[in-house]
Design a protein around this ligand. Structure first.
Ligand code: SPD
Length: 357
């Protein structure tokens, strides 16, 4: 009898362990069930208090996962096996996801707060009519520098990064389009250039930068620059805003040859499970108070004109992070260069990374 009880107990324990393991693996892979919402966003890109507020207001449980590049996000969603309800790709990645039929159309009747988005962020070329995406944050790419560590040097031009005085003193954001784009821009080429000679010239130019490159890093770039572990960084504008908030000795510029202006939008992947909650979440993030809280927390520029009015003037009036249209009109948006060319950009980036090791 004792043996039967022991066997029964072991079966029960094994069943509970299996249930726990399955639910853990499911949440790790973005599988959802019940009233849950699985979000796939960039790291450090939301005020987590807003997730708690959304859960409280709606009763929906959020499973939150992060990525560190459009390329990583695209690969994961394209390979299938995940059921993300929301993802936050950038411009060219949205165009690619539309092309590969990875997105569901947005039901705008469920997003009344769309009225607060400044029209200049709507109907952009990567998603005309915003059929598949809703603006989240936008920004530029530029140089953060610490005037005290660079002997008063200025960074008006990308070329300034190649100065021999900056040996082992530059951190680069670990992202293919940004780094290859910088190489192309430094030579006066478009950051969407597909001419093989120009791309090879850009790679050669970038390889010459390697003595100055201390490391290619992800979100840690903010902490490293704020803590003065390096004098200079190639960063996204919102990260720069956060760095300067931590250490006001530093400054941020967009070099004169030009740079990238980018847009990160919320989308609903085709494999989503909870469309109702996905629309609820998008609408929630567009509520002006929530959008302002989020923008103040993460440091990135909000496309929400009502939220902008709620931000302190020292944030909304800072043209380094909210550049006017006269400035952004001269910058380029990344094009969707097509599968083959995007893969080629990634290969060139890997070659550069191998060279800088
Ligand atoms: N830590 C959040 C970073 C988000 C940056 N998105 C910019 C994408 C530019 N293509």
């Amino acid at each position: 009898m004792k043996q039967i009880v022991r066997l029964f107990a072991s079966v029960i324990i094994a069943a509970f362990a299996l249930m726990y393991l399955t639910s853990y693996l499911n949440s790790e892979q973005g599988y959802t069930g019940g009233n849950t919402l699985t979000i796939y966003n960039w790291g450090d890109y939301i005020d987590e208090e807003l997730i708690a507020k959304f859960e409280e207001e709606t009763g929906v449980k959020v499973i939150y996962q992060t990525f560190d590049s459009n390329e990583a996000m695209l690969t994961k969603i394209a390979q299938g096996g995940t059921t993300y309800d929301i993802a936050v790709p950038s411009d060219y990645a949205i165009s690619k996801m539309r092309e590969e039929d990875l997105l569901l159309p947005i039901d705008k009747s469920k997003i009344p707060n769309l009225q607060y988005i400044d029209p200049k962020f709507m109907n952009l070329s990567f998603d005309p009519d915003n059929e598949y995406s809703v603006p989240y944050f936008w920004g530029t790419v530029g140089i953060v520098f610490n005037p005290e560590l660079v002997d008063g040097k200025t960074f008006e031009s990308w070329e300034d990064l190649w100065s021999p005085d900056l040996r082992n003193d530059i951190l680069l954001v670990d992202s293919a389009r940004e780094v290859i784009g910088m190489g192309l821009n430094s030579l006066g080429y478009s950051l969407n250039d597909t001419n093989e000679d120009h791309l090879q010239e850009a790679l050669k130019k970038l390889n010459q930068l390697t003595p100055n490159v201390k490391a290619l890093v992800g979100d840690e770039i903010k902490m490293l620059l704020a803590n003065e572990e390096a004098a200079v960084g190639l960063v996204w504008s919102g990260d720069a805003a956060e760095i300067l908030d931590e250490n006001d000795k530093l400054d941020f510029v967009v070099p004169k040859e030009g740079s990238n202006v980018w847009f990160d939008n919320m989308v609903i992947p085709k494999t989503a499970n909870n469309l109702e909650a996905a629309h609820q979440f998008i609408n929630f993030m567009l509520d002006p108070e929530n959008a302002a809280q989020n923008a103040e927390y993460v440091g990135y520029a909000t496309p929400n004109s009502e939220a902008l009015k709620l931000l302190p003037e020292d944030i909304s009036g800072d043209e380094r992070f909210y550049p006017p249209s006269e400035v952004t009109d001269k910058l380029e948006v990344y094009d969707n260069l097509g599968k083959k060319m995007l893969a080629h950009y990634n290969e060139l980036f890997l070659e550069f990374k191998m060279h800088s090791k």
